[in-house]
Each structure stands twice: as C-alpha cells, then as structure tokens.
Ligand binder design. Structure first.
Ligand code: ASP
Length: 284
C-alpha cells in the first residue's frame, strides 16, 4: 500500500484583506496541484516544494520572483531557501538580482553541497555557472512597479511529504517593500523562514525581523520532534513570536504522518492543502 503524501502552499501573511485575494487563493491551489502532481508521480518532497514555489514565483500577484516589490534604491533583491528533511541538506540565496526563480538557485546551492547560503553578486555568478535562468535585473523591476499597491507581505512557500515518508520545505520572497538595499530576511535563513527534518517541514511568512529573532521554523520543528501535534506547535510558536516581538507572521507545517497545520496572527494568509486521499482546503 502506498503511503500518504501531501502538500501545503502559502501565499504570504498580510496585514489586511485586499483586492487580488481570490486570485492569490487560486494561485496557491494551482501551485499545490503542481506539487501534488510531482508527488503522485513518485517524485520527492524536495522536487514537489520547488515545483510549487516556481509556479508562485512566476505569478505576478505574489511577492516573489516576478511579483517582488522594490527596495529603497528602486531595485528588486530576492531571498529564497529550500531544505530536504531526509538528510538536512539545504540551499539558500539572499539579496540576489536578476534571477526570476530564486528557489531554483537555492536548489542548485543545495545540490552543489559546498555551502548553504550565497548572497548578491556571488549568488548570481553561481547561477550563471550552474545554468540557472537569469534575466536583466531591470525586467523584474518593471514588473514590481506595477505591483506597488500590493500588500507588504505576499511571500510564497511550500511544505511536502512524499510517498517515501520524507519531508521538505521551501520559501521565496522579494522581502519587505522599501527595505534597505542588502537587507536579508528570514526567507533566506534556514531555521528562521524554512526548516525540514525527519519530524516536520515548515515555511514561514510575515515580518522577517521578528521571525529571525525567534528562529520560527526550527522552533516549530523542535516541538513536533518532541511529540507535540503540528497545530499546537504552530499556534504556540506564532503566539510566542507575537508576545516577544509584537510582529506579524504565519506558517504552514506538515509532519511525517501527514498532519498539516497553518497558523497566522496577521489578518490573512492564503493557503492550499492537498493530499493523496483527495483532501483539499483552500482558504485565506
Ligand atoms: N518574511 C518575508 C521577509 O521578511 C516577507 C513576507 O513573508 O512577506 O522578507
């Protein structure tokens, strides 16, 4: 009998409901369906989360890839990370320009294996050497200007459990609108925005400076590893973040038996959960 598999995708925690929410929920569902297809074909959780996140990086309504906002210098700098819970291999990129799919670059860093996190021009040079698609940094800027009205948040992420029982997580963002050039958020930091081990996989969204201070993703995984249910671990961690930093955040989590949870203290966070038995939730 095949083991159960599942995927959860988020489209970013945001401060208030706005136009475009229905489209963002639809985008999350399309991305989750893409990831589920990978899992159905006996692909790995790692491939599934990457495939789902690429769909959202290519979608102009999300704060990642082509929909990213401008920093204070009028440029787009992107952060992303991906982690394989099977063996703790991880890859991440920070403040990278002209890379439309930073999660693919993070995956290349993971596969290369020498380092976990590459930033800026070095990350872009690594993309060139490893055949990861590049574009003119200006191509992402003009898209972003059209998105100016959008939410402060809208980062994307995915967690998956594959049919072999392995977990993975990935997160990708343009960061906060108007951030200082060179600012790196939680989405590039393994343990803060993204974490996966043998017990659980977590992708976070929200105020990166708050998420980094409580090391949110690893906090949730450690509690699940110690026996807590995903829903309780996620709620407790987001409550702790709110109490200790007054920040807003949200996260999605899957554990190794396929139990899923999503929690935010922001006004909304579009998510989609799909699993191998036909289970489906799309909400914000
Ligand atoms: N966490 C992201 C950051 O601070 C933003 C977001 O989730 O929308 O860079």
């Amino acid at each position: 009998m095949q083991r159960p598999y599942a995927i959860v995708v988020h489209g970013g925690a945001g401060p208030h409901r706005s136009g475009g929410l229905a489209e963002r929920m639809q985008g999350c569902e399309t991305a989750a369906a893409r990831g589920l297809e990978v899992l159905q074909n006996r692909g790995s959780a790692l491939d599934a989360v990457q495939a789902a996140v690429v769909v959202l990086e290519d979608h102009p309504l999300f704060n990642a890839g082509r929909g990213a906002p401008l920093n204070a210098a009028g440029e787009v700098e992107l952060d992303a990370s991906i982690m394989d819970g099977r063996d703790l291999r991880a890859g991440a990129v920070a403040a990278v320009q002209g890379v439309p799919n930073p999660v693919a670059l993070a995956r290349a860093v993971l596969e290369d294996g020498r380092h976990v996190l590459l930033a800026g021009d070095g990350a872009r040079a690594f993309a060139r050497q490893h055949g990861v698609a590049l574009c003119d940094p200006g191509d992402l800027v003009s898209d972003a200007q059209r998105q100016r009205w959008r939410e402060r948040f809208g980062t994307v992420g995915a967690v998956a459990l594959d049919a072999r029982g392995f977990l993975a997580a990935a997160t990708s963002t343009g960061g906060l609108f108007g951030k200082l050039p060179g600012r790196i958020g939680d989405s590039a930091l393994i343990g803060s925005g993204t974490y996966a081990d043998a017990s659980a996989a977590v992708s976070c969204t929200g105020h990166g400076e708050a998420i980094i201070r409580v090391v949110l993703a690893k906090l949730v995984c450690d509690h699940i590893g110690a026996g807590e249910a995903p829903g309780a671990a996620a709620r407790e961690a987001v409550d702790r973040l709110g109490a200790r930093t007054a920040g807003e955040a949200g996260l999605i989590v899957l554990d190794r038996s396929g139990r899923a949870a999503w929690v935010t203290n922001a006004a909304h966070m579009p998510i989609c959960w799909l699993d191998s038995s036909g289970g489906r939730v799309v909400e914000a």
